[in-house]
Design a protein around this ligand. Sequence first.
Ligand code: SF4
Length: 226
Amino acid sequence: MDIIILDQIEFNPSLKRIFKKLHVKKDSNNEVLVLELVEEARSISRPRAMYAITGIDERDDTGVFLGVIRMESRVMRVNLSDVHRVFPYISTSGKELYEWTQSKNELLEKFYAEEISQMALRAADETLLSHLKETYQLGKTASMNPGSLKDWPISAQTSLFKLLGNPEQAIGVKLLDSMLMIPNQTVSGIRFVSESGFSSCELCPRDNCSHRRAAYDQNLLKTKYQ
Ligand code: SF4
């Protein structure tokens, strides 16, 4: 199994974007605090990503075998009907920013540090996606993340981590017994080519989710995935 690590990811966030995201006004005390935090974050951050290239060896009605590891998910089974390989992946803000955020005791400072770390995670995720698209000449892609749907629960993290070998050693991401990951600003999933596109949000009825990327379609599960 090929495992590829991206550990030279630049984190150079736009200050304009940060101030907008954090609702910080020009010439305020908070502006000075955020500038200091961004400078600290820039100097220590090491966002990272890793992925594997995994063939789909077998399929049945309720799941697929990614290599020798079975993933129980009807939604995945349908989404992967026309592809022959997937890219299991992890992107992370990195343990340096995690420890830095943990070291902040004051509430507002900790909140800003967490938001800045989230931007580092996004930088890692965007770098990984561009790398995959350029390296493998992928067209449109989609991603599935364990725990985002009842159909592919958070317990699938164990299988996903197995596909990636030793993420803790490779990029410093630890999987806890609770299935949460440390650093907390980390995402895991599988990416695959999908001309029709897919977002878990289309199958998720949760109200008021600030991370929603697509509207909930209450008929989709029945019409496409059953
Ligand atoms: S709506 Fe929110 S909780 Fe539901 S899948 Fe999308 S991001 Fe996750």
